[in-house]
Design a protein around this ligand. Sequence first.
Ligand SMILES: Nc1ncnc2c1ncn2[C@@H]1O[C@H](COP(=O)(O)OP(=O)(O)OP(=O)(O)O)[C@@H](O)[C@H]1O
Ligand SMILES: [Mg+2]
Length: 93
Amino acid sequence: MLNIRNVSKVYGADHRLAVPRDVGLQLEAGEFCALTGASGSGKTTLMNLIGLIDRPTAGDIEIVGMNTSRMATTISAGRAVSSPAPSTGSIRI
Ligand SMILES: Nc1ncnc2c1ncn2[C@@H]1O[C@H](COP(=O)(O)OP(=O)(O)OP(=O)(O)O)[C@@H](O)[C@H]1O
Ligand SMILES: [Mg+2]
């Protein structure tokens, strides 16, 4: 249901900071997973990537078979929050 492959997020113009770096995870519906790590290791960043608030610099995130890099995100109040990539699907939250 959730498939994360080799995901990294790079911050900063100099590309100095990469968090998370090369993360992989596969979860089926109903499975639970604890996300742990030191402060600054990228937990919130990873949740933002899974929640479509941000996009990975590298790697792929699939939710129910759809690659998030090809999704647009819309908040029900009508404010588009994320649609820089060509949109072939959408999630309404
Ligand atoms: N928008 C941003 N621009 C630049 N750097 C960022 C941005 N968001 C997070 N960072 C940096 O990325 C790293 C990871 O931050 P993140 O907030 O994901 O860590 P965290 O694991 O959630 O930390 P904590 O346990 O303190 O909540 C930190 O070094 C942080 O300063
Ligand atoms: Mg955090």
